[in-house]
Design a protein around this ligand. Structure first.
Ligand SMILES: O=C(O)CCC(=O)C(=O)O
Ligand SMILES: [Fe+2]
Length: 188
């Protein structure tokens, strides 16, 4: 997973005109998370949460879903099913990478629906920087401070926000900024 994510990081760096090892170096000492999701069957949709619409607050997501299906991405005001393939991973950009690229790459809104008859499982690898590393786009992506779309922050700051103050959704990063600028109030 780590090797795959670094290969993708190299492609992302090349696509942005950066040194190919730029992101690999940035994430090399990172703290990635592997999560197993299990969705029991439920035939009453009003009782079912699944995974609600959100973008991942993390940097890069490598996801494998089983053959049941249920992952959807939002594009042009519509939800599209991501067809399960045993031989493929789904790669998503997360909010932290969006900030690191100064908004040039967008995090992706997605959700997971629950199946009425069978349990569904997915395995997700989230790439993160080291918790105290400053997330700040390189000057090559924004030559002046005025071009900055997000303040400097650390993964630890954003993680704290999503764990204690905010359930990740479509606008986690927009919600995070005022809380962060206000000095991370605990009564938020
Ligand atoms: O189960 C899935 O397919 C999606 C899970 C997901 O979006 C997440 O864990 O962040
Ligand atoms: Fe997700």
């Amino acid at each position: 997973m780590k090797e795959l994510s670094f290969a993708i990081m190299e492609l992302l760096a090349i696509s942005l005109g950066l040194d190919r090892l730029y992101f690999k170096t940035f994430f090399e000492d990172g703290e990635s998370i592997m999560r197993c999701n299990s969705y029991p069957p439920c035939n009453n949709s009003s009782l079912t949460l699944g995974t609600g619409p959100h973008s991942d607050p993390t940097s890069l997501t490598v996801l494998h879903q089983d053959q049941v299906g249920g992952l959807e991405v939002y594009l042009d005001n519509k939800w599209f099913a991501v067809r399960p393939r045993l031989d493929a991973f789904v790669i998503n950009i997360g909010d932290t990478f969006m900030a690191l690229s100064n908004g040039k790459y967008k995090s992706c809104l997605h959700r997971a629906l629950v199946n009425r008859e069978v349990e569904r499982k997915s395995l997700v690898y989230f790439v993160n920087p080291k918790e105290d590393k400053t997330v700040k786009p390189t000057k090559k992506l924004c030559s002046s401070d005025e071009e900055r779309k997000y303040p400097d922050f650390t993964w630890s700051d954003l993680y704290e926000f999503t764990q204690k103050h905010y359930r990740a959704d479509v606008s986690t990063l927009q919600g995070f900024i005022p809380w962060f600028i206000a000095g991370k109030p605990s009564n938020y």
